[in-house]
Design a protein around this ligand. Sequence first.
Ligand code: KG4
Ligand code: ZN
Length: 331
Amino acid sequence: MLLLGIDTSCDDTSAAIVEDGSVIVSNVVSNQDMIHNKYGGIVPELASRRHIEMILPVVDEAFNIANVKFQDISAIAFTYGPGLIGSLLVGSCFAKSLSYVHKIPTVAVNHLEGHICSIFLEEKPEFPFIALVISGGHTSIYLVEDFGEYSEIGRTRDDAAGEAYDKVAKFLGFGYPGGPIIDKMASMGDPEAIRFPRAKLKKGLDFSFSGLKTSVLNYVKKHPESRKEDIAAGFQASVVDVLTDRAIEVAKLKGVESIVLSGGVAANRALREGMLDKTSANGIKTYLPSLRLCTDNAAMIAAAGYHQFIKGNISDYSLNPKAYLPLGKKA
Ligand code: KG4
Ligand code: ZN
C-alpha cells in the first residue's frame, strides 16, 4: 500500500511516497536554509511564502521519482501540527485539495509522531521503547508502547535543544541552522577546555537548556579571546551529557531496553557516539535513524500516517492545522 506524505511544518517543503509505512519509494526535501541564513533564524512569513512556491514542484518530483500516479496512492498523510501556522496551512490545504480532486482519503499526522516513526523506515525496534524527539522546536522524551500509544515523560521547560544550538551559533557569528555548524566546529575543539553547567531540575524528568545558553553567552562576553571551537565543544558536551543521561535514567525507570533518537539534533555526531557508548555500557540498545531521516522529511509522516490509516483514522476537511499540538498523554 502506497501513501503520499506531505510535511511543511517549519522551513522544509517535503513530499514522499512510502510503501506499507516502511519502504521509502521517494522522499524529496527542499530546504530553505539559504533564505533564513542571513537572519540567524527562521522568518515565518518567508517560510510560508517559499512553501507556496515549492509545494507543487516537490510533490511532482516525489511522484516522478517513484514513477507512480495518483490512482496508485491509498491515502495522503500530512502534518497538521505542531509547527509554524503559516507553513502548516500550506501543506494541509494542499493535501486536502489533492484529496478532494483525486478522491483519496487524508490522514492528519502529528509531526512529533512522524519523527518517532522515522526509525521504522530503516529498522524495527520492538515495543516498548523510549523515544527522544530533539529538534529545533521540541525536546521531549516519550514512552512508546505501540504505534499511536505515546506517554510524554518529560519535555523542555524553555528552549528546545536545537533552538539552543541555533541561538549559540547565532551569538558566535555562525549562520542558520546552527546545529550542523556547531557540530563541525566542536569536532575541532576540546570538550574539556571549558566546562559549562549540566542543567538538572530538582524535580521531575523535564529538560532545560536556556541556562546553558545564557552561560555560554556570558562566558564569551567575559572571555572574547577564547577559541570558538572550544566553546562549541564545551557547549555540545553539556547538551550530549544531559540528553544521554536523562534517556538512560528514563529507560531504567520504565524497565525498557531500547532508546530511539529522532529529530534534527539526533543528526549530531557527538550525541550519536555518546549515546551508543553510554547505552551499550548500560545494556540498552540505541536506534539511530540515518542523518537525512533525523531532520524534517515527509517519509516519516507517511510512515506514521500508514499506521493510523490501517486503524481507520481518516481525517475530514474541517480539521485545521495547529501550531501547538502535544503528542500522546502526559505520564
Ligand atoms: O527536526 P528538524 O529538522 O526541524 C524541527 O522539527 O525543528 O530539526 C532542526 C534542528 C535545528 O535546530 C538544527 O540546528 C538542528 O536540528 N540540527 C542539529 C544538527 N543538524 C540539525 N543540531 C545539532 N547537530 C546537528 N548535526
Ligand atoms: Zn521536525
